[in-house]
Design a protein around this ligand. Sequence first.
Ligand code: FMN
Length: 137
Amino acid sequence: MTKLIGISALKEAIVASDGLLLATPEYNNSIPGVFKNAIDWLSRPPADIGRVFGGKPVAVLGASPGGFGTVLSQNAWLPVLRTLGTAPWHGGRLLVSRAGSVFDEAGRLASDTTNEQLRQFIEGFIAFVRRVRDLES
Ligand SMILES: Cc1cc2nc3c(=O)[nH]c(=O)nc-3n(C[C@H](O)[C@H](O)[C@H](O)COP(=O)(O)O)c2cc1C
């Protein structure tokens, strides 16, 4: 189910979160404009950047119908994550290619291999989030 929330509410949801997982599509070998625009809105006013994004653990993953699994889009997020002062996690990569054969018609992940890759990715990111939180406390 899709839930629509405003930018202010989304900001507070990010502030309250332990980490941010960006699931990115890829458009013309880069970040889709609509997704980038959402992050851009969240970064204004600039005085809010530190509160919303500063030191926030962030992981990027993605799926695409082609053979490269959003690798260029994931790379294109790097300067954005740096500019916002996040703590990007580089300990794992999830590049889901041929997405049409990995998800079923209901949009559920139907591949055991990808499921296992996703499990490992999420576990690695959670461990990173815990390390960052321990350093802060
Ligand atoms: C304008 C446009 C550009 C795209 N460029 C790429 C691309 O560079 N690499 C890729 O793997 N897929 C590309 N695709 C396919 C998208 O990965 C695919 O459509 C994906 O499902 C996008 O999600 P959406 O439903 O939000 O559009 C492109 C799709 C569109 C509409």
